[in-house]
Design a protein around this ligand. Structure first.
Ligand code: SF4
Length: 334
């Protein structure tokens, strides 16, 4: 079922009440960001567990990392990680990442991100007795990822390939990319095989770095992933030493009862999701005025005490009677 209702309608409260009442097992609540998942837990902290990634939870990371880097780091060092050992033998100072899945098994409501649910992880998958709620479902119709690399990435990948004694074919391919340019690349079986090789040797580089306690970052790996997408037929553009490929994936939601929530989806989107469309948007007709302002922005780089003061002044000017303000993010709301 897809519930379309405007901001402020109370979709979260309705979704929680309906899914908890309908589920004979657990409720899975998935959102695009962890912040949104945390927001749901704030409604019923006693029932909910928020499942996070290693990037947020791993106490062994030497520096902040992306979720993919943190996973690579963990895979490389787990066998000698004291937190993992503590998790295995049940002693103090357990790995919080692995431990959270035990708590999730006991929880009535699991809140997490789309990524944690859809990518392979230890999170138990929803069963037919569970209910899955997909928040802000307009973000969930398709997941778009942009992969890119530059001539500089190829140069670094070549140095990595030489450093780990990668086969001559791989080194010659990278040398060819540098001399012939990226514009001549096109999807082929050969490119697909070479891309897999680059990913394979990139993993070795990442593992070596992680074992030395360094960030597992590899240009070979990055290049391989991008070329893998090109070889698979993803749309791409290559010009002036810069290649970008766009990968669009339709999420494969688990087979269980699902409730999609959104303020902006259409009946056509509901069809794509295979959901019945429940439209509440007409129950809250807006009379909207557009005001164009100078010197006010929610752009992250410009947020400052002064900018927050301007928001407050504007609200003060607009609020002649009790009113509600919607913000671009929870941070601004605070
Ligand atoms: S096992 Fe160790 S490295 Fe892996 S997530 Fe846990 S604390 Fe981090």
């Amino acid at each position: 079922m897809l519930l379309a209702a405007p901001n402020g309608f109370g979709k979260t409260a309705v979704g929680l009440a309906a899914s908890l009442a309908a589920s004979k097992g657990r409720v899975y609540w998935v959102a695009r960001t962890l912040r949104e998942a945390e927001h749901v837990r704030a409604h019923i902290p006693e029932l909910a567990v928020v499942v996070k990634g290693r990037a947020e939870l791993c106490p062994a990371l030497p520096e902040p990392m992306s979720s993919e880097e943190a996973a690579a780091y963990c895979h490389a060092v787990k066998h000698r990680c004291r937190h993992y050992q503590a998790y295995l033998d049940g002693s103090e100072d357990k790995c919080p990442y692995y431990e959270q899945f035990q708590r999730a098994l006991q929880a009535r409501l699991i809140a997490t991100t789309y990524q944690m649910l859809l990518k392979p992880s230890l999170l138990p998958q929803p069963r037919s007795s569970d209910v899955l709620v997909v928040d802000e479902a307009h973000n969930a119709l398709a997941v778009t990822e942009e992969l890119s690399f530059t001539q500089g990435t190829v140069e670094r990948a070549l140095s990595e390939a030489r450093a780990i004694n990668a086969p001559r074919t791989v080194v010659e391919f990278l040398e060819g990319l540098l001399t012939e340019g990226l514009e001549r690349l096109e999807p082929s079986v050969r490119l697909s095989i070479l891309a897999e090789s680059l990913v394979y040797y990139g993993r070795q580089v990442r593992r070596r770095l992680a074992e030395q306690g360094l960030r597992p970052r590899s240009s070979l790996h990055r290049l391989g992933q991008c070329l893998r997408a090109v070889a698979a037929g993803a749309p791409f553009s290559a010009e002036e030493g810069y290649l970008t490929a766009v990968v669009v994936e339709e999420p494969r939601w688990p087979r269980c009862p699902k409730l999609f929530l959104s303020g902006t989806v259409s009946p056509a989107d509901a069809k794509l999701l295979g959901a019945e469309y429940l439209d509440f948007t007409e129950h809250a007709p807006y009379k909207a005025h557009t005001i164009i302002l100078d010197g006010l922005t929610t752009e992250f780089e410009w947020r400052s005490e002064e900018m927050y003061r301007r928001y407050a002044e504007l609200l003060d000017r607009l609020s002649k009677r009790p009113s509600v303000a919607f913000a671009a993010s929870y941070k601004i709301l605070q």
